[in-house]
Design a protein around this ligand. Structure first.
Ligand code: BGC
Length: 363
């Protein structure tokens, strides 16, 4: 891959509908990968990845402005918080007290709180601090979430660091503290398509998951609470499979999700705070390849089942169903209501800290 000179550049992007300024930042990595991000929800809006011949192409879904993100709730390229994925019926009990959250999603007619509520952290303007240290470039985003925001207890101070390393690794470090016990489960909702943005679907991409179990859901995409083996099911990606190979099989879980929209349980999750490999994604014609490494115990694989021509992205071409793949590292959905799942509760005095890396390359 051809080397570039690393740099960070910034410019005014747009105002939100409520009049807040949003800036766009270019992070040029020494290894050739270039990304563009903004401080409206910490969104990654462009990601240029070389193919085998070194040709760069923007390989993620998104919009050119802020308005698109404000209007379309597909969380394209966004940071997600305070609680990624679903909390059933928008309620949970913590230390004996019940909390009610807004419900903003209703798969199968069952209401839930999705991705932090009606105005989650994806829809907030964050404070941006771009940086460059030698050939390493990045940006720090901070945000202060008020006690009671979207129904959640506790004032939370959150910091997310995006780093683009000289060897084409996009590292995301999440950190948060709270003044009252509260659930926190952050993730990044970028949708990849290694053919290029708005160029067909991800059904021919090869996916490998280092996950031998999953958390099956009900019709509302809420985990039933069981942790089941993927063996012998269309969810077995322990060896590489094309995403589209089994996606239309007659399987209750696939029907619930209209495709893949499930949390996978890593076979050997991180124990010591160092990320472990969770997934690989490969597209054979371009050679574009990705490894996902994380300290989180789970990963939501969402095959873009609700994308479609109702969304027209940054190049003016309408999207297709399955036009992008989200690989969201996380704790399991609905953990605040599932005592048997690893806890997502952060208490005063503790620091929530997780790391995920998207390592790009060609094969
Ligand atoms: C969820 C999907 C949801 C999507 C919204 C994903 O993380 O798992 O069910 O439709 O986010 O874009």
């Amino acid at each position: 891959m051809e080397e570039s000179k690393a740099y960070v550049a910034s410019q005014f992007l747009a105002k939100t509908s409520s009049g807040e300024n949003v800036n766009a930042y270019t992070l040029q990595g020494k290894g050739g990968v270039r990304m563009e991000v903004n401080n409206y929800g910490g969104k990654i809006t462009k990601l240029f990845l070389p193919d085998r011949q070194g040709n760069l192409k923007d390989c993620i879904l998104g919009f050119n402005d802020v308005e698109g993100y404000e209007k379309v709730d597909a969380y394209l390229g966004s940071l997600i918080g305070r609680y990624g994925n679903r909390i059933a019926f928008g309620k949970f009990t913590l230390d004996g007290k019940e909390y009610k959250l807004p419900t903003n999603n209703e798969p199968g007619g069952l209401p839930c709180c999705l991705h932090g509520g009606i105005k989650g952290w994806d829809a907030k303007v964050w404070k941006p601090i771009p940086f460059q240290e030698g050939d390493t470039v990045g940006i720090i985003f901070t945000y202060e979430s008020a006690d009671g925001e979207e129904g959640f207890p506790g004032a939370v101070k959150v910091k997310v660091t995006y780093t683009l390393t000289p060897d084409n690794v996009w590292r995301i470090e999440y950190e948060a503290t709270t003044d009252k016990p509260t659930p926190i489960n952050m993730t990044q909702h970028v949708y990849f398509n290694f053919h290029g943005e708005a160029e067909g679907t991800i059904l021919d991409h090869d996916l490998t998951l280092f996950a031998d179990k999953m958390t099956p859901t009900d019709a509302g995409l809420i985990p039933t609470g069981e942790i089941t083996s993927v063996k012998g099911t269309p969810f077995d990606f322990t060896t590489p499979h094309k995403i589209g190979e089994r996606i239309r099989e007659n399987d209750e879980q696939l029907k619930n999700g209209k495709g893949y929209d499930h949390n996978f349980v890593l076979t050997e999750p991180s124990k010591d705070g160092a990320p472990v490999k969770a997934a690989e994604l490969y597209e054979e014609t371009s050679g574009r390849y990705l490894e996902v490494w994380t300290t989180e115990p789970g990963i939501q694989i969402y095959s873009g089942n609700y994308l479609g021509p109702h969304i027209t992205g940054k190049s003016g071409v309408p999207y297709s169903e399955n036009g992008g793949l989200a690989m969201e590292t996380q704790h399991y959905p609905d953990s605040p209501n599932k005592p048997q799942f690893p806890s997502t509760i952060v208490r005063p005095g503790e620091t929530y800290r997780t790391v995920t890396e998207y390592r790009f390359g060609v094969k």
